[in-house]
Write a protein that binds this ligand. Sequence first.
Ligand code: GLV
Ligand code: GLV
Length: 322
Amino acid sequence: MKIFITRPIPESGIKLLRDKGYEVLINEAAKDRAADKQEILAGIKGTDALLSVLTEKIDAEIMDTGLPTLKIIANYAVGFDNIDLDAAKQRNLMVTNTPDVLTNTVAEHTFALMLAISHRIAEADKFIRAGMYSAWGPMLFLGTDLSGKTLGVVGLGRIGSRVAYYAAKGFGMKVLYTDVKKDENFERGVGAQFFENIDDLLSRSDFISIHVPLLESTRHLINENKLKQMKTSAYLINTSRGPVIDEKALAKALKEKWIRGAAIDVFENEPKVEPELFRLNNIILTPHIASATEETRNAMAELAAKNIIEALEGRTPPNLVK
Ligand code: GLV
Ligand code: GLV
C-alpha cells in the first residue's frame, strides 16, 4: 500500500502507517508553505490513500489522477471544506476528518483569544516592550470581565458546546446559542438558552463566538448588517473558518467602533489578511493555530493514520464524513 502526504505532519502518525508496512511518501518541499497542485498531482499517482491538510483544495482532477488505486482521502483537520465532497462521492472515495481530538484545544484557544482581547493582553505587551510603563495607574488598560457576561455561541457542535460549557462552568457566563437544531439536554446541563434566529442572539450577547463549518449557507454569515446588530460593547471571536465573516465589513466595524473588539484565528483569504486589520488596536490575530498544541497535533496525525489503516484493511474508518 502506498500513501501520499501533502505536507510534513507529526511523526507519530507517519509511524503508524510505516508500522503497517505501507510505503509513505511525504511532500517534504511543502514544510513551511502550502503544497502546490503540481506536487499533489505528481505525488498521488498510484497511491491507495491521500493524507491532506487544509491548505490544499482537493478537487476532481486530483482524485482522477489518484484513480483507480486511490480509496481514501484522510484530511488532517476537523473541517473538510477544502475537499470537493460531491466529486469524492461520485468516485466512491472515502473522506475522513479528525474530530474530537482537537475539541478541548480549540475551545482553549477560543478562551485565550476571548481573555486576551477583553483584558487587552496584546496591547499591554506592546506598551511595556516599548518602554512606556512609567507608573502603575488606576485607569491603565481598563478591560472587561468575562464573569457575569453573556456569551452567544453560533454553532453548537463539539467545539461550540465545549466553549459554552467552559463559559458557564468556569467563568459564570450566561450562555445563548443558535444552531440548526435545539438541544434540550445541553440546555439543561449548562443553563443555555436557544435562539432560532441569530439576530436575537447577536443583539443580546457581550461576547460572540463562531463555531459553524464553512458551507454556502454560512459564508459571510457575519456581514455588515449582522455586525450592526451587535452591542457597541461586544467582542467577536472566530476560530472556525475565515469566510464565515466578511473581513472588510469587520475592519469597518472595528474602525468605526460598531463593536468593541474582535479576536480571530482564521481569515477570509488565508494566508492573506485584510491590511486594514493590521492598523487596528481593537483586534487580536493568530495565524490559524487554534488546534496547534503538541498533544493535539500528534493526536490528529494518529487519527488521520487510523482512518487510512481502517479503510485500507476493509473496515469503515471511524471518522467517515457523510
Ligand atoms: C482546523 O482548522 C481544522 O479544521 O482542524
Ligand atoms: C467540530 O469539531 C465541531 O463540531 O465543532
